[in-house]
Design a protein around this ligand. Structure first.
Ligand SMILES: [Zn+2]
Ligand SMILES: [Zn+2]
Length: 361
């Protein structure tokens, strides 16, 4: 295992910058907020540690990219920021997320609530779910894994772009069907167009069984229909909704929406914005941002750092509510909402509480 460890000075500059205007902007944070963010370069910090590399196939080794410090983020002319007119994040569910309608509805509400806490200050809206056929996307059965896959570029991004409401900062499609970006690729976790503020992300590989030989999403050759017959998606297998699946989905969604805000892959500290090449590496990523990425997101949205951490804790604590600010309600057919499976978030709750302790000291 290798560790990517930067000097205190490098991290301080990445966070605060040497540009006098950005230094004075940093000084406008209150002392407690700075105390938390300064943990980025405190060598003994137990909140923000260095990135660890476990194999040659880890992202940083296999995808060399220039790092992005706060100043580069701030000065990026292509970066999009929410505005008074465009301040909402829309989530479009494509196909079922769970094997009943209720599970599917609850799942996407949990994602919405989580995104509202994470991107604190923005409103997240759910669009009416659509079946896969509505997107007119191309699809295939993967030759080696034998699962159904949707072509992640072309029709599906075009569909989302057309559905993007006027007041949208971005629209993201979520699906439990696996994705592929082009014929020669095996799969992709997601695809986004940053200029259009549009993305599509799949959680298919985050179920407990995707990589097992007994995976039930395999489509036998005899069941394969024509390339335009979407009935193959009817009642297609979805993984059991577990706490780990929810955790992985929340991490993916916030990482990917983070890119739409102009945050590039983090190479400073262990951070949600680290790139990941495979599931084990994605699981190693923390749930939340390092201070350098937190400052970028704060700069884009303008939230209060304490309030954001509090909203994240409220979402974890509130095991039934769909959003941190709304009381539990009954679903359409009168059933009480399913309990939100948050066990996998509990260790992160402890971490957020430690951050809060520093910022509220
Ligand atoms: Zn990424
Ligand atoms: Zn980061």
């Amino acid at each position: 295992m290798k560790t990517v460890r930067h000097s205190e000075q490098t991290l301080r500059t990445a966070l605060i910058s040497k540009n006098p205007a950005l230094v004075s902007q940093y000084e406008k944070f209150d002392a407690a907020e700075r105390r938390l963010m300064n943990e980025a370069f405190r060598p003994a910090s137990d909140l923000f540690g260095p990135i660890t590399l476990h194999s040659q196939s880890d992202w940083i080794t296999s995808h060399p990219e220039p790092p992005q410090d706060f100043e580069e983020f701030f000065n990026d002319p292509s970066r999009k920021t929410p505005s008074r007119e465009k301040h909402r994040i829309y989530i479009q569910c494509i196909g079922s997320l769970g094997n009943t309608r209720i599970i599917s509805e609850e799942y996407v509400k949990w994602l919405k609530g989580y995104c509202e806490a994470f991107f604190y200050g923005l409103t997240v809206k759910l669009l009416e779910p659509v079946p896969v056929s509505a997107t007119r996307c191309a699809f295939r059965v993967n030759d080696s894994t034998e699962n159904l896959q949707i072509h992640a570029v072309g029709h599906i991004l075009h569909f989302l772009k057309k559905k993007k409401p006027e007041d949208a900062f971005c629209i993201v499609g979520v699906t439990m069907i696996d994705l592929y970006p082009r014929d020669s690729w095996n799969f992709v976790f997601g695809q986004a167009s940053l200029t259009d503020g549009v993305g599509i992300f799949s959680f298919a590989r985050y179920g407990g069984d995707f990589y097992s030989s007994s995976y039930k999403g395999k489509v036998k050759a005899s069941q394969r229909q024509s390339s335009r017959d979407y009935s193959v998606f009817d009642n297609y297998y979805t993984p059991e909704v577990t706490s780990v699946l929810l955790l992985r989905s929340c991490k993916t969604l916030t990482h990917e929406i983070g890119h739409i805000f102009g945050l590039r892959h983090c190479q400073w500290l262990a951070c949600l914005m680290q790139g990941s090449n495979h599931l084990e590496e994605a699981d190693r990523r923390p749930l939340d941002l390092c201070p350098i990425c937190l400052r970028k997101l704060q700069c884009a949205i303008g939230f209060n750092i304490v309030e954001r951490y509090q909203a994240l804790v409220r979402w974890i604590d509130d095991e039934s509510a769909d959003t941190p600010r709304v009381t539990p309600k009954r679903s359409h057919d009168g059933n009480v909402n399913l309990p939100k499976p948050v066990e996998a978030f509990k260790e992160w709750k402890e971490w957020i509480i430690k951050c809060l302790a520093i910022v509220q000291k």
